[in-house]
Design a protein around this ligand. Structure first.
Ligand code: AMP
Ligand code: MG
Length: 424
């Protein structure tokens, strides 16, 4: 059976035909191009909207701040009354509090004691900080040298009524929640959370909590995948372990695709005798098999089964994580409607270790990033860098990203690192 699909179905068919590996950036770009955001809307109370994706532009219905107010505790005056030189005594007409405005008149040479956030009284336009005012009985004595209009926050200075406040496709952060609250927005329309089904494949896999027989291992990938999916605020659908059996796989894939927006599997995509995922997929859907020039994680399947996106990841536990973060996560961000997924954060660091590397594939080695004393970052490799050694991921706090054409890294070289912070 042919494992290759025509170019209109598999954008990498040509490379696959030629047996070529795809550069990671090409693979990522082509995956992104194949994904469009899920349809479906939810209306949520603002307090429930953290980490959801905004469906429509939100325009402000109000000015923020809604009234011109003081940025300081002090005394409000008219700039035209300020002395050009020396000092001037201002008679105190009253007090303006935040939420309790001074509604009276002020005559020439009068001032109003004012608190931060209080509305600037009519006729006044400048605030003199309390610390710069000397009291003389009931008079406030103010010296020359103040700037007209100082310490005043103008109505609409942050956001004007009619301004675009938060754009469609924004992942709602704590700052957006606060901004929307400052506009008085009680509910927001967000995209439905995509449902992501996932399962592991392999006859050697045992569920956790049961004893292991000879040659068996615990199914860790399903837990890793579930955690990575939950971290993206997607709706996980755990479909368990599927045996290395074409009929069982076919059933599991069909069921998963019928219920989910995306299906992720681990294992079975290489060319071993029990790697049935590829053949089954070629039958079921429009899925391409890509050799992506990255390590860990070379063989990856990507495409569609029915209406669901499909990602077939390698079985090795570190490969699962590396391919998820480098390829699947950007695609899932697009699926959940994020218009501009943030670019990968890459820092330069001084590598204190020698790192083994052969040219050919971009490598994501696991490292520990620290602040060097001299303001630079330093990084060292952690543990055994095998694709099966999950401990290397757990002990690391960054990927050390080594370019495809790079060979061995000498100790003391500068390398690029991708911090886990914000990523995993
Ligand atoms: P495969 O890609 O199916 O050939 O698997 C590659 C390696 O990853 C093998 O050593 C598998 O035993 C291991 N592996 C596959 N699936 C899992 C899983 N769900 N949890 C832990 N290890 C796995
Ligand atoms: Mg397997």
């Amino acid at each position: 059976m042919s494992r290759r699909l025509p170019a209109d179905v598999d954008p990498c068919a040509e490379e696959a035909r030629q047996g070529k590996s795809l550069p990671l950036t090409t693979a990522r770009q082509r995956m992104l191009e194949a994904v469009s955001p899920v349809a479906g809307v939810a209306t949520l109370a603002l307090a429930e909207a953290l980490d959801r994706v905004l469906l429509e532009d939100v325009y402000s219905g109000v000015d923020v701040p809604s009234h011109t107010n003081s940025a300081m505790d002090g005394f409000a005056v008219a700039a035209s009354d300020l002395p050009a030189e020396g000092e001037r005594a201002f008679a105190l007409a009253g007090t303006a509090w935040a939420g309790r405005p001074y509604n009276g008149e002020t005559g020439a040479g009068q001032c109003v004691r004012i608190m931060t956030g209080a509305a600037i009284p009519a006729g006044l336009d400048t605030v003199i900080m309390q610390e710069h005012v000397r009291m003389d009985g009931d008079d406030a004595v103010i010296a020359a040298g103040h700037r007209p209009g100082q310490h005043v926050r103008q109505a609409g200075e942050d956001v004007r009524a009619g301004d675009l406040a938060v754009a469609a496709g924004t992942r709602i952060s704590a700052a957006h929640v606060g901004l929307l609250a400052s506009l008085g927005v009680p509910t927001v329309q967000v995209r439905r959370r995509p449902r992501v089904a996932f399962f592991s494949t392999g006859d050697e896999l045992r569920p956790i909590g049961e004893p292991l027989g000879l040659g068996q291992i615990y199914d860790s990938n399903r837990y890793t995948l579930g955690a990575m999916i939950a971290r993206l605020n997607l709706e996980p659908l755990d479909m368990g372990v599927v045996r290395d059996d074409p009929a069982a796989l076919e059933t599991a894939l069909s069921e998963a695709a019928a219920q989910a927006d995306a299906v992720i599997t681990s294992g079975g995509v290489s060319v071993g005798a029990a790697d049935f995922v590829t053949d089954t997929l070629a039958r079921l859907g429009s899925v391409g098999f890509w050799k992506v020039a990255m390590k860990p994680g070379k063989p990856i399947a990507f495409g569609r089964i029915g209406n669901a996106l499909f990602f077939g990841l390698p079985g090795n536990p570190v490969s699962v994580m590396a391919t998820f973060y480098q390829l699947v996560q950007p695609a899932l961000e697009r699926l959940r409607g994020i218009a501009q997924p943030p670019p990968p954060v890459l820092l330069r660091a001084h590598c204190t270790d020698r790192l083994r590397k052969r040219p050919g594939r971009v490598e994501f080695q696991r490292g520990v990033l620290e602040h060097g004393g001299d303001g630079r970052y330093t990084v060292r490799g952690v543990g055994h860098q095998g694709a099966g050694v999950l401990r290397s991921m757990a002990e690391a706090n960054c990927f050390i990203v080594l370019a495809a054409d790079q060979g061995e890294v000498a100790a003391g070289s500068e390398v690029l690192v991708q911090p886990f912070s914000g990523l995993i």
